[in-house]
Design a protein around this ligand. Structure first.
Ligand code: PLP
Length: 445
């Protein structure tokens, strides 16, 4: 029997605290019951394209029974086993082995967590640990960027560069310093004569390191393409410069590939596009296509050696109960099979080009200020007019108009984000563009 939507809604409102909770946002949520491919189905039987692949994570699409079977099999054999002192498990070992060198050749060691914020907490603590082991205990500050999103546990929230995430939870953890994002459409730093925006944005990081004092700065954290901050694709010269700056001042580079990892941008990992290797990489989301919670960090061989050669009293006292959870790792392994078998990074590149080209055709609307993307990570930014780039305050209306036409996605202020599952077909890509065009016409942009 179909559950009564009104009863469910009442129960939701009475008992469930949602992420970013405010009751006005949950007056009429979609009650999703099932999913298949890129499609979501509500309890009332309405179907929607999942324009954000869950939360950027459902890379292989919904309803994949191979992952369900991998979880069932592992749970029947050994659902959970700790990887704490003196025990390990087969799936965690297999997945760590499979990931060795998979993202970047210098990252051969993995620590597993359950999600992105836990991964970033692990990264920050590992930065502190590493510099202590190197005899530089003062290197504890982290440089992050405006509009960055790194999760909402206390340190991750402090790295996040979106003030609305801080305001009701201040004070933040000290030592996180923010500089301008490499946001070509709205770069808020100074560009000197002869400089590109990429060079200027990287220079701001260097200036922050010098201002704070290189002996106090442990790392820079950066999403290769900023996701929740508005799908900000950096200029091609930004990351190569950033890498050089980090090396010049002995500062580690943490790549937060929680969204961009495992194919979303059209490369298996996004910094590869720019020939850059990080010292630490955070990952989550796509590793299991969101079927079970799994994340983690990969660390460079140099950082690994600092951990391995420590005296017992200086051991890396960091731990999560669910680190190396065998069922999550089994699902991760199967998910990697599916991603590789399907050539889904390449698929993201091809379908991403089609999606971007389709969305770029919307630039003819007077209030579409910018369209950008890399792989299957795209955005349309609305403005009051193209000259002033003033806020249009239409993001939510356009999002609702998309929803009315069967496309479920998110608006970040005036920015509409599109990051569907990588298995999306060409027809489904075209459907997203058509719906977005109709939504813009309806809202009168
Ligand atoms: C780049 C990035 N880092 C970290 C996180 C936090 O991940 P989680 O919500 O799993 O803690 C997110 C979540 O969207 C993210 O996009």
């Amino acid at each position: 029997m179909m559950p009564n939507p009104n009863t469910l809604l009442e129960q939701d409102q009475d008992h469930l605290l949602h992420p970013l909770h405010h009751p006005t946002d949950h007056r009429a949520p979609l009650l999703i019951e099932s999913g298949h491919g890129v499609w979501l189905r509500t309890v009332e039987g309405k179907e929607y394209i999942d324009g954000l692949a869950g939360l950027w994570n459902v890379l292989i699409g919904h309803g994949n029974t191979e992952l369900a079977e991998a979880a069932r099999k592992q749970m029947s054999e050994l659902a959970f086993c700790s990887t704490y002192i003196g025990s390990s498990n087969l799936r965690a070992i297999e997945l760590a082995e499979r990931l060795a060198g998979f993202a970047y050749p210098n990252l051969n060691t993995t620590y597993f967590a359950s999600g992105g914020a836990e991964a970033n907490e692990s990264a920050f603590k590992t930065v502190r640990y590493y510099w202590k082991r190197k005899g530089k205990p003062g290197k504890v500050k982290i440089i992050a960027r405006h509009r960055a999103y790194h999760g909402v546990t206390l340190a991750a929230m402090s790295a996040t560069g979106l003030p609305m995430y801080w305001e009701m939870f201040e004070p933040r953890v000290p030592g996180f310093v923010h500089v301008a994002a490499p946001y070509p459409y709205r770069f808020d730093g100074e560009v000197k004569a002869g400089e590109t925006i990429g060079q200027a944005a990287a220079r701001l990081v260097e200036e922050a390191i010098l201002r704070e004092g290189p002996d106090t700065v442990g790392a820079v954290i950066a999403e290769p393409v900023q996701g929740a901050g508005g799908v900000i694709v950096p200029p091609d010269d930004y990351f190569p410069h950033l890498r050089q700056i980090c090396d010049r001042h002995q500062v580690l580079l943490i790549a937060d590939e929680v969204i961009t990892g495992f194919g979303r941008t059209g490369d298996w990992f996004a910094l590869r596009r720019w020939g850059v290797q990080p010292d630490i990489m955070s990952f989550a989301k796509g590793i299991t296509s969101g079927y079970l919670p799994l994340g983690g960090i990969q660390i460079s061989d140099e950082i690994r050696d600092a951990i391995r050669t420590a005296e017992y009293g200086q051991r890396w006292m960091h731990a999560y109960t669910y680190s190396g959870h065998p069922t999550c790792c089994a699902v991760g392994l199967k998910n990697l099979d599916i991603l590789e078998r399907g050539g889904l990074a390449e698929r993201a590149k091809q379908r991403g080009r089609r999606l971007l080209a389709g969305l770029q055709s919307l630039l003819e609307f007077p209030k579409v200020g910018d369209v950008r993307g890399l792989g299957l990570m795209c955005a349309v930014e609305l403005v009051a007019d193209k000259e002033s780039k003033a806020p249009a305050n239409l993001g939510n209306k356009v999002r609702q108009a998309c929803l009315d036409r069967g496309l479920f996605t998110r608006s970040i202020g005036d920015i509409l984000a599109f990051a569907p599952p990588l298995i999306i077909s060409e027809d489904e890509v075209d459907r997203i563009v058509t719906i977005m065009r109709e939504a813009l016409e309806t809202v009168g942009t």
